[in-house]
Design a protein around this ligand. Structure first.
Ligand SMILES: [Zn+2]
Length: 56
């Protein structure tokens, strides 16, 4: 039996500048989709940009 206590979901980290989905991670979605942004390296632009969470 697979019991899930914490609501976690796989999400994409999407570049805000070119919309490239560069990273996949899991976040807690118990209180809705997290709204934070992360500075991540974008392979397409070859620089660090702000990435936002994108649910599937
Ligand atoms: Zn980008």
């Amino acid at each position: 039996m697979a019991k899930r206590k914490s609501k976690r979901e796989y999400v994409w980290l999407e570049c805000k500048e070119c919309s490239e989905r560069n990273y996949r991670t899991s976040v807690s979605v118990a209180e809705g989709t997290p709204k934070f942004e992360l500075s991540k390296y974008c392979k397409r632009e070859r620089k660090h940009t702000a990435h936002k969470i994108r649910r599937k």
